[in-house]
Structures are given as structure tokens and as C-alpha cells.
Design a protein around this ligand. Structure first.
Ligand SMILES: [Zn+2]
Length: 438
């Protein structure tokens, strides 16, 4: 019986009228894959050979021994027309949505999502922390400061994502879009209006682009999401899809970027999501069974790689965690992304720019133990200096008021090596700089 059902499902999928329906899947992963296979019959073999060539097991072993958090820089290429930009609240609204999007990713990939209480007890032991943290890029590929958002106003009202190279114009500056930033150092995310609009996310993972297969261009590597799903819905007037208003379209798509497949396609690599015949939408109640998982606890519909509503998905499983973490571990295809902390913006992405004393510098940087903070003149309203780690936790605090010196020395010996943020808190503002201790 069990073997018969998937076979029946394959036959159903092959029927033309149902096949056409698949172009409206919420996620375009299968559509893109099937298009690639039609163009290149060896596509699956080439992708598999590439994946096999990576030292994946090393990553998994690393994960089980030490939960070491890695950080990856993200750039949002927002390619929209003027009406769509207005729908997101203009340039300032886009920054807000970008920040909320990064927060959602960091919660969902680090067991920080408050709605994890909704995970049924039958699946709760599988609730995994992937230990991947995301930050907006703070430095662009040319070495210039950036807020991690590239906003391009286009005249195109939407981009076809059913073609051989989905939404390619949005990914090329010469075609009125925004070309990818160095894929070895940044995760590229394009925020666009896809066509068909029912497909709200589509990822071209590294294995599709950097293997031996020429089926996709390197410049396509990255994630596309619909602007209707960009971050959380923050204001009543935000133009968002009702069921995708919590920013989890990118949580899902980023999973594909780290080489996850959908639960109904991943039985070979993922053991701890139950068998599942096909995708489901909406918000089922627990337990939800189907013909492939007919008994309690049924399918894991609250998995981030499902098609359920944002408010009904809350977890990655341990096996999914292992697959993703392997890609950012030594030998993994995305390991290099984790080696450029200098590209990251401030944790929490609150890049502060206003300050009574904008002109201060910190030297040496990188530093060993002592840093000097030099102001143009004595910062008389400086209240505190905080040193924050990548998690935004205070590792050192110095009360500096009243302050009469223009150069302030701080001893950071005893603090472990790494990236930190020095925050000067003035009476009415604050300003933050990044430092490296080595
Ligand atoms: Zn998907």
C-alpha cells in the first residue's frame, strides 16, 4: 500500500491539468528543478555528484560536538516599481521590513521563536537550533559602508519566475535589476514582484550553480521572495499576504539555500520528518495525518519547509539542522560565508548614525587588548561606553560621565578574541563602531 500511494501520486502529477496547477505552488523550488531537468537530463546526477564531493560529514560531526554559532552577511536587493515601493512604506519602510526580516531569521534558526509553544509535544524533542545567525551586510563588495539594502526602482511590474532562468532581469544590473554581490561572501536575497504572484519564494541554491552543471548561472545563486512577504507585517497599511505576514517565506527559502528539500521530497536525507504524500496549505490541527503518515502523530505540518501559513510553522528538525549546518561548516559549500565577520553590520541591525559626536575613531583596530577612542573634542555629554558581543550582550561597561578627555583608553584584556561593538552612549543619542579583538 505504502509503495502504491506515491506511485499513484506521481501519475496524478503527470496529468497535464494538475501539472499546470503546480506552477502556482507557494514555493517555486519544484518548478525550477523540473525546468532544469527538462533542459538538462543529467541535472540531478550533476547536483548529486557535486554534493557528494563536499565534506558534509565533517560538518555534521562538528555540529554534534559543539554548538558553534556562525554568522552570515545578507544583502537585500529590492527591485520594485514605484507603486510597490510605496506599498512597503517607501525607503524607510523597506529598512524596517529588512530589519524585521533579519530578526525573524535569527529567531527561527536559533530556537528563538516565541510561538514554539505551539509545537505539539510529539514533535517538540525534534525542535532544533541551527546556530546560523544572519546580519545585514555593513560593507559592500567595494569596501564601502552599506545598510545591506540595495533599492532599485524598476519599470517592470513583475518578473517571470517560470522561465529557464527565473526572474533573471531582476538579478542583472544591466537589465534594470540588481546584480548579485560576491556569492562567496554574501547571501543574496532579491525582493521582487514574482509572476505568477501565487509563487512567493524561489531559491537557486549553491548546488545548482557552483557544481559542474552549467544549468544555472553563478549570478543566479540566492533567494527570491515576493515583496508581499518581506519581513513582518509592521503596520496596518502594509501590503502583505494575510497568511504570510510573519516573515517566514524567507525562513523557508533560506532552508533551500542551505540545501533542504521539502519534507515530501526529502525522505532519503531527512529521517526525522514523517513521510508525507504532498504539500498542504493552511493551518491544520494536530494530529494531521495523510495516506503516507496515516497514524499519530501524522505529518510535521508545523515544519518551516511546509507550505502551511506563517502562523502555523514553528520548527526545523534535527536532521534538517544537520544538513544546513554542514553547508556552513569547514568543507561545506557555504563555509566561506562564515569567514567574513568584517562585512556584518551591528547585531540587531540597528545601525546608528545620529550622534552629537559623529567623528570619533577607535584604534588600533584590530586590537589586542587596549583600545583608544578618540573624539574631535572632549565628549562632555558622554554617559557610558558599552562593549557588546555579536549577540548584543554587554561584555564591558564603563561609566564615563563627566568626561573631560578627548581620548579614552579601554582595557579589553581578558575578553576572548572576536568581533565586538563599541557603543558610546551620549545624553540624547548613541553611536556604535565595530572592532576586532585578535
Ligand atoms: Zn520550498
Amino acid at each position: 500500500m505504502k509503495k502504491f500511494i506515491p506511485l499513484l501520486y506521481c501519475i496524478l502529477l503527470a496529468m497535464p491539468h494538475l501539472w499546470a496547477q503546480s506552477t502556482d505552488e507557494k514555493c517555486g523550488y519544484k518548478l525550477q528543478h523540473d525546468n532544469a531537468l527538462a533542459r538538462n537530463p543529467n541535472f540531478d546526477k550533476e547536483v548529486a555528484a557535486y554534493k557528494a564531493s563536499l565534506a558534509k560529514n565533517a560538518g555534521i560531526a562538528l555540529k554534534t560536538s559543539v554548538a558553534h554559532t556562525v554568522y552570515v552577511p545578507v544583502v537585500f536587493h529590492v527591485v520594485l516599481n514605484s507603486t510597490q515601493i510605496t506599498d512597503l512604506g517607501g525607503a524607510s519602510g523597506i529598512i524596517e521590513h529588512a530589519n524585521s526580516q533579519i530578526q525573524v531569521l535569527n529567531e527561527d534558526y536559533n530556537r528563538g521563536n516565541a510561538d514554539s509553544t505551539k509545537i505539539p509535544s510529539a514533535f517538540k524533542p525534534l525542535y532544533a537550533s541551527v546556530n546560523i545567525k544572519f546580519a545585514l551586510a555593513g560593507i559592500d563588495p567595494n569596501g564601502h559602508p552599506t545598510n545591506g539594502i540595495e533599492l532599485v526602482m524598476t519599470s517592470q511590474s513583475s518578473y517571470d519566475i517560470t522561465s529557464a532562468h527565473p526572474a533573471l532581469n531582476a538579478k542583472l544590473t544591466d537589465s534594470g535589476g540588481a546584480s548579485s554581490w560576491d556569492y562567496t561572501r554574501y547571501v543574496n536575497v532579491w525582493v521582487i514582484a514574482p509572476s505568477p504572484s501565487g509563487t512567493i519564494g524561489l531559491t537557486c541554491p549553491p548546488s545548482y550553480c557552483i557544481g559542474s552543471s552549467p544549468t544555472f548561472y553563478l549570478s543566479e545563486m540566492g533567494v527570491i521572495i515576493s515583496y508581499h512577504t518581506f519581513g513582518r507585517k509592521l503596520h496596518p497599511g502594509d501590503f502583505f499576504l494575510t497568511d504570510q505576514a510573519l516573515g517566514r517565506t524567507l525562513t523557508h527559502e533560506m532552508g533551500h539555500y542551505f540545501e533542504l528539500l521539502h519534507p515530501w521530497d526529502s525522505s532519503e536525507t531527512i529521517q526525522d520528518t514523517p513521510p508525507q504524500c504532498s504539500y498542504i496549505y493552511g493551518c491544520p490541527s494536530f494530529p494531521h495525518t495523510d495516506a503516507c503518515s496515516p497514524v499519530y502523530p501524522g505529518i510535521q505540518y508545523m515544519n518551516f519547509l511546509e507550505y502551511t501559513n506563517d502562523s502555523c510553522m514553528q520548527m526545523f528538525s534535527h536532521d534538517q539542522d544537520s544538513v544546513m549546518y554542514a553547508t556552513v561548516s569547514p568543507g561545506g559549500e557555504s563555509y566561506n560565508l562564515t569567514l567574513h565577520p568584517e562585512l556584518l553590520s551591528v547585531p540587531g541591525n540597528a545601525v546608528t548614525t545620529s550622534s552629537a559626536y559623529p567623528n570619533f575613531s577607535i584604534y588600533p583596530n584590530p586590537a589586542k587588548d587596549i583600545i583608544e577612542i578618540a573624539f574631535d573634542s572632549a565628549p562632555t555629554d558622554l554617559q557610558n561606553i558599552l562593549v557588546l558581543n555579536m549577540m548584543g550582550q554587554v561584555v564591558k561597561q564603563i561609566h564615563t560621565f563627566p568626561q573631560s578627555k578627548s581620548v579614552i583608553s579601554i582595557d579589553l584584556s581578558g575578553i576572548s578574541k572576536g568581533i565586538y561593538f563599541v557603543q558610546c552612549q551620549f545624553a540624547t543619542s548613541k553611536d556604535t563602531r565595530k572592532i576586532v579583538l585578535q
